[in-house]
Design a protein around this ligand. Structure first.
Ligand SMILES: [Fe+2]
Length: 366
């Protein structure tokens, strides 16, 4: 599987021995890219002059080798990159001096044990091209303030004003209360709130629909919408043979983790939205939002993601499309000659921390 980040490309292969190995996606002969996308292969072969390598990166063949100055096999292997795994996710790293993955993730590692993310299956995945810098895309994930800007339809069941934040050195966590209306919806009854959650087409709506809870659902007397949903979600998991230690908040709320620099995990109790933002190869004003919708009860399956070329798509749901539609305007606006600074409020503190962390890396000696 190839991973392109900006104009750099690397790929990861699982060998016959089951070991994951990563390599720079470049032929040591004339610099051609070797693989594209994902697939299966017994041998890796450069498409230009047919140099070939075993899955462990050692050289397997150089056509007409006698035409070269003697080449040492050790000098003709693929260039390795570091690979590690965490919770079923594969990470690759260009930097030989970077700390190991679990040190880098720090407190996040312990925090995620309860979710058993590696047991989740992929419901759907996609890559969307966005005409905005990768950091502008990350910024939009890092705050819930824009819920009252472009996602107003969720305000009946998400209180964007009552968030909880945790900031570690680089990574951060934000809890967005679900099943509680924003202040403008405080007159809504628990049943109104639950029905708004049913109408939401993604995460909570999908769970409720699978449970047969429809738009005529009632919250039992004396219960809040969130307590009722938490119980339904717990029952949903148990129905699928998953007994969970998750508490009410973890079963209902959006537990939003930002893993610096570009991975976002939104955990919703029995489902999860995993987002990765990558700078595009051809312009710093373009990026790729790769996303995976995961479910604790979905079967494991490996399939290539759908690729959407910058256009919104119904398959991603209304919230994602609202962000996708908004971001190109953010990018264009940042070129405005009259804009001397941006202002960040306390509910955008994670945006500030993100950029502080980037500054730290930019200032660091090579
Ligand atoms: Fe958004």
């Amino acid at each position: 599987m190839e991973l392109e980040v900006g104009d750099q490309s690397m790929f990861v292969v699982r060998g016959r021995d089951g070991v994951l190995r990563g390599f720079r996606n470049v032929c040591p002969h004339r610099g051609t890219r070797i693989v594209e996308g994902c697939g299966r292969a017994a041998t890796l072969r450069c498409p230009y002059h047919r140099w070939s390598w075993r899955l462990d990166g050692t050289i397997a063949g150089i056509p007409d080798r006698a035409a070269f100055e003697p080449i040492d096999d050790d000098d003709a292997g693929l260039l390795p990159v570091r690979v590690d795994t965490w919770e079923g996710l594969v990470f690759a790293c260009h930097d030989p001096h970077a700390p190991d993955l679990s040190t880098f993730l720090g407190p996040v590692v312990d925090r995620f044990r309860r979710y058993e993310l590696a047991a989740y299956g992929t419901v759907t995945s996609a890559s969307v091209r966005i005409e905005a810098n990768w950091k502008a895309v990350c910024d939009s994930f890092l705050e819930a303030y824009h819920i009252q800007g472009i996602h107003r339809q969720v305000m009946p069941f998400i209180d964007y004003t009552d968030l909880h934040y945790e900031q570690w050195d680089l990574h951060s966590h934000m809890v967005v209360p679900v099943g509680v209306p924003s202040p403008s919806g405080r007159m809504l009854s628990p049943t109104d709130v639950l029905r708004a959650m049913v109408a939401d087409e993604v995460f909570h709506g999908a769970v409720l629909q699978e449970l047969g809870v429809g738009l005529d659902a009632e919250v039992p007397e004396g219960l809040t919408a969130r307590a009722h949903f938490a119980a339904l979600n717990r029952a949903f998991l148990e129905q699928h043979g998953v007994s969970t230690e998750l508490n009410e908040s973890q079963l209902v709320d959006d537990h939003h983790y930002f893993l610096f620099p570009n991975l976002i995990v939104n955990h919703f109790g029995s489902s999860c939205l995993l987002s990765r933002v990558r700078p595009a190869a051809d312009s710093h004003e373009r990026s790729w939002w790769d996303m995976w919708i995961l479910s604790r009860v979905a079967p494991m399956q490996a399939s290539a993601p759908a690729v959407y070329d910058g256009a919104g798509t119904d398959m991603l749901g209304i919230i994602a499309n609202q962000d996708i539609d908004c971001l190109p305007g953010v990018q264009r606006g940042m070129h405005d000659l009259g804009l001397k600074q941006v202002r960040l409020g306390t509910n955008e503190r994670r945006v500030a921390s993100f950029h502080d962390a980037i500054d730290l890396f930019l200032d660091a000696p090579d």
